[in-house]
Design a protein around this ligand. Structure first.
Ligand code: NAD
Length: 478
């Protein structure tokens, strides 16, 4: 039986007035699991108007009152973890035991971090040339944000905006993709439970049309976007003069140097390639190994690949579920065919796995001898694939790593501190991880694209959700 969902719109649980719905199909089972109502333009205008009114009062709450609200949300979220994680697995495909539970258990942390940060968010008292003047800065909220979010982490990515956004005094309207919106709608029950003022948070699932309506809406002050670089470029051209945080595609390299612990590198690279079926912005999208360690790396990676267990995402033994959607699986097909055409060797996997309820289950794939100009090397594949490229030496490896338009999170394996810094000084990437997977993640980590790449800007810090206001006071004659 498909569940009829309601929108969380302007402080109400409602079908909206769009008059149509999206039939949500599970990538794991193929079943029709829910009906998601589609909002109308009128609903969006209503959500923006109510958010503006709610934010106009909320901005006067003290930092400590906002921190308390975040702590109440964090507590309310904890009760919902198993059910939200179950729905996330059903609609997104990630394994329940190996990933979804951990992911949702971390959801409260976005509110706890924000509550702690906002209490220490202060302005400055700036010295002046004139002894009769005083100059201060204050951190004001920005206003009403639209957070446009992707399907790979359908709950936690929206919370990267809602947590600090709320703590800093903003309203946030989230637009998740219509096909991964149920888990987030379930989690939104915590907002009511915690007493979030009506309309301060709305969740309006939809596709590009609803996204565009928000991006171009005059009542929206700022855009938080997490998604592909192609969509991000379109949003930037349409949003006009609005604040923004743009978190876009990655093509994370893992570099394995001559002096690396090759076994650790292989395990970390395989993990970074199969976790969430490779559908992670900082997934290990390429491994660049130096010639001296190439053969050992390939052996170790093939050994590590044997631990990948593709299967029913609700099965405790499964650590890789289906891919989420057909366009992403079709991109894997294209990238693998292109690599094979260019002479790369598929060592294991290489196609969709048969015998499952949907065609979205993909074999974990390792490819060697990948040419640098192949699509799997140049573009983000977003699938369970480990492409291996070979470099002559460190200079060559860093050159290969940087010859891409993307720069989010890179990894380097070396036992030399000098070499670690040599790479960190040269890799064009928002984060460089030494001796761990590109998938390394902390909820409070400054995370975002390097300047000069198409990965975007912003690090998700609470300051980015504020507007710095300067106050100058003339004290008058003594
Ligand atoms: P996508 O760009 O297709 O969609 C992202 C969101 O934008 C969705 O909500 C979608 O409905 C919306 N959208 C699409 N067209 C729009 C338009 N014209 N106007 C407004 N909104 C529009 O991305 P996706 O396939 O959902 O997500 C995968 C991508 O996200 C990958 O490239 C991945 O690297 C990236 N990502 C980046 C980060 C990061 O932190 N840098 C994190 C997760 C995912």
């Amino acid at each position: 039986m498909a569940e009829d969902l309601a929108l969380y719109l302007a402080g109400e649980w409602t079908e909206g007035t769009g008059g149509s719905h999206h039939e949500l199909l599970s990538p794991a089972t193929g079943d029709h699991i829910a009906n998601v109502p589609l909002a109308s333009r009128h609903d969006i205008d209503g959500a923006v108007a109510v958010a503006r009114a709610a934010q106009d009062e909320f901005r006067f709450w003290s930092a400590f009152e906002r921190a308390d609200l975040c702590h109440r949300i964090a507590s309310a979220v904890e009760d919902l973890v198993p059910e939200v994680a179950r729905i996330q697995t059903l609609e997104q495909g990630k394994p329940y035991h190996a990933e979804s539970l951990d992911d949702i258990e971390e959801a409260n942390q976005y509110f706890i971090n924000a509550a702690e940060d906002v209490k220490r968010l202060s302005g400055e008292n700036i010295p002046t040339t004139d002894r009769n003047k005083r100059m201060f800065t204050f951190r004001r909220p920005v206003g009403v944000w639209a957070a446009i979010t992707p399907w790979n982490f359908p709950v936690t990515i929206p919370l990267e905006y809602v947590g600090p956004g709320l703590a800093a005094g903003n309203a946030v309207i989230v637009k998740p993709p219509v096909f991964t919106s149920w888990a987030l709608l379930e989690l939104a029950k915590a907002f009511d439970e915690a007493g979030v003022p009506k309309g301060l948070i709305s969740i309006i699932p939809g596709g590009p049309e609803i996204g565009e309506a928000l991006v171009t809406h005059p009542g929206i002050d700022a855009i938080g976007f997490t998604g592909s670089s192609a969509t991000g470029a379109r949003i930037i051209s349409q949003m006009g003069i609005k604040r923004s945080i743009m978190e876009m595609s990655g093509n994370g390299p893992t570099i394995v140097t001559d002096d690396a612990n090759v076994s650790a590198a292989a395990s970390a690279a395989v993990y970074g390639a199969y976790y969430n079926a490779g559908q992670v912005c900082c997934a290990t999208e390429r491994v660049i190994v130096t010639e001296a360690v190439h053969d050992e790396f390939v052996d170790r990676a093939l050994q590590a690949a044997q631990d990948v267990r593709l299967g029913d995402p609700f099965d405790e033994a499964t650590n890789m579920g289906p891919m989420n959607n057909e366009p992403t699986a079709a991109k894997m097909d294209r990238h693998l065919a292109d690599a094979a055409d260019r002479g790369a060797e598929i060592l294991t996997g290489g196609s969709r796995a048969g015998g499952f309820p949907t065609d979205l289950y993909y074999e974990f794939t390792v490819i060697d001898g990948v040419p640098e100009d192949s699509a799997v090397s140049q573009e983000e594949s977003f699938g369970p694939v480990l492409p291996i490229l070979t470099a002559h030496d460190d200079e060559d490896a860093v050159g290969v790593a940087n010859r891409t338009r993307l720069g989010l999170q890179a990894a380097v394996f070396t036992t030399s501190l000098r070499r670690a810094f040599w790479y960190a000084d040269r890799i064009r990437s928002g984060t460089v991880v030494v001796n761990d997977s590109t998938d390394f993640w902390e909820t409070f980590q400054p995370f975002g694209g390097a300047a000069g790449t198409d990965t975007g800007w912003g690090r998700g810090a609470i300051e980015e959700f504020t507007d710095l206001q300067t106050l100058v006071i003339d004290l008058g004659p003594p």
